[in-house]
Design a protein around this ligand. Structure first.
Ligand code: ADP
Ligand code: ASP
Ligand code: MG
Length: 468
């Protein structure tokens, strides 16, 4: 049984959902052939329609600022867009209940927004309720669209199927509870030959309060569901041909990486390869489930396969990830040398304010860390200032070159650093796994540095002699 996750651009309008249906149909046919006609699934997980989560969070911000009119106008747009997209449910008898559902959800959103606009405050709990609506709506449309195209889809409310802790906007799944809920909500649908469709990104606490897993979290939902139900494969359908050798928004012609190890994929996702949410790989590793990244607009492309081990690629580096909008925090001990316990105190501050650091370097008297979530930075600086001098530098970028080759070729790390030429390096680090070399530069230098590094290690292979 396969879990297939479709991202925002893969469900954004009627043609996109029709492509999704063709992809699910092909998967069912392939499974039936393999299993001799008795295959289960797939399970389909969908994101909100493209950009809808951003819009919902924008609406929440407007409500929080008391701009009720602005928020209601935006809600009207969103309602109209969803109603238009629901045309994909071609069977009128199936479309009617979908329209009723959409209208009911939007009526409710309007009431919530009005109340929040009066209070002028949006708690993380309400933020989750608003943000989750995107996936609740898209999954309901897609389930009915499958049914109206001859594949019996069955909408599963993710709030009843994915159980999380109460850490709103960044909730963590509770695996035993989620497995039990999925057995109850999803398994009977599979057994009846239906295709369960769930919204990604969304869950609820044991008490039934809506939560979300963090931005980009639909990939994580797919991995959670796949791991809990012991899927044979987790497919991430998106708008690029797979994991690319660099961010296609920065580098002109990145290439598809055909095969990655779990460890490589984790590092790339963690250091900014947006195509995969950083938490996705962890549940897949726990159950050793292959993950595939595929392009819903070019279903025939081979994509990227991610497994525990991979065959040698013949290339020293596998890919380069990058992350923008990073802040470097320099923390210097107020005493001459770093006193015993300094590091513990320092990291306790980051822990207290629940902010993770990505890159860490140390010298005799100072520690530098990078942070990409700046929400609690003022409080962190205040707490650190009690025992250290603190200096921040914003608008920085992390570059992380990943490759198993770094373990065997001692000179490779040096070559990577030389690959960015004259660009000043603010921090450099290589972790114990020696699977990556990571450095921090100014964000303004990122496009040039990344392109230069990419050209050096991923020059297109020369066409064979005689080729046109
Ligand atoms: P989805 O909505 O399908 O989840 P995302 O926008 O979250 O899609 O992720 C896909 C995007 O990730 C691509 O369109 C691409 O711009 C970006 N991206 C950044 N780095 C990489 C990379 N190394 N390989 C592939 N895509 C990347
Ligand atoms: N819709 C959510 C977001 O935009 C989750 C996702 O797309 O993965 O963050
Ligand atoms: Mg995504």
């Amino acid at each position: 049984m396969v879990v297939m996750k479709f991202g925002g651009t893969s469900v954004t309008d009627r043609p996109a959902i029709e492509r999704l249906i063709a992809i699910v149909r092909a998967q069912r046919q392939a499974d039936a052939q393999e299993e001799g006609g008795d295959a289960r699934g797939p399970i389909v997980i969908v994101s909100a329609l493209s950009k809808v989560t951003d819009r919902l969070l924008g609406i929440a911000a407007e409500a929080g600022a008391g701009d009720i009119e602005g928020a209601l106008n935006n809600l009207r747009d969103l309602r109209a867009r969803h109603i238009t997209v629901s045309d994909v449910v071609t069977d009128g008898a199936l479309r009617q209940p979908v329209l009723a559902f959409l209208n009911h959800e939007f009526d409710q959103l309007e009431r919530i927004v009005q109340a929040l606009g009066v209070l002028r405050e949006v708690s993380p709990r309400w933020l989750d309720t608003l943000a989750a609506t995107g996936e609740i709506l898209s999954s309901r449309i897609v389930a009915a669209a499958l049914s109206s195209h001859g594949i019996e889809g069955s909408w599963v409310d993710a709030r009843l199927a994915v159980v999380t802790d109460g850490d709103h906007t960044q909730a963590a799944p509770l695996f035993p509870e989620t497995t039990a809920a999925l057995m109850q909500q999803v398994d009977p649908q599979l057994a009846a030959g239906r295709v369960p469709v769930l919204g990604g990104f969304v869950g609820a606490t044991r008490e039934g309060v809506t939560t979300t897993l963090g931005r980009g979290g639909s990939d994580y939902s797919a991995a959670i569901v796949g791991a809990c139900l012991g899927a044979g494969e987790i497919q991430i359908w998106t708008d690029v041909d797979g994991m690319l050798t660099a961010d296609p928004r920065i580098v002109a012609q990145p290439q598809v990486v055909p095969h990655l190890s779990f460890a490589e994929a984790s590092e790339l996702a963690y250091f900014g390869a947006k195509v995969l949410h950083p938490a996705t790989i962890q549940p897949a590793v726990a159950r050793d489930i292959p993950v595939r990244i595929l392009n819903s607009q070019r279903a025939e492309a081979r994509g990227t396969l991610i497994t525990s081990q991979r065959p040698p690629s013949g290339r020293p580096l596998t890919a380069i990830a990058s992350k923008k909008a990073v802040t470097v925090v320099d923390i210097t001990s107020s005493r001459m040398l770093m006193a015993h316990g300094f590091l513990r105190r320092l990291f306790e501050v980051f822990e207290k304010f629940r902010t993770s650091v990505d890159v860490v370097t140390t010298s005799e008297v100072s520690v530098s860390v990078t942070v990409d979530d700046r929400r609690r930075l003022p409080a962190i600086i205040e707490a650190l200032s009690e025992f250290a001098e603190v200096r921040c530098e914003h608008d920085m970028a992390i570059v992380c070159a990943v490759g198993e080759g770094l373990q065997n070729e001692p000179s490779l790390a040096g070559e990577v650093l030389l690959g960015v030429g004259e660009v000043p390096l603010r921090m450099v680090s290589q972790a114990a796994s020696r699977r990556n070399v990571t450095f921090v530069i100014r964000e303004a230098d990122l496009p040039g540095a990344l392109s230069q590094l990419h050209d050096r290690f991923f020059a297109p292979e020369p066409a064979p002699a005689g080729a046109q």
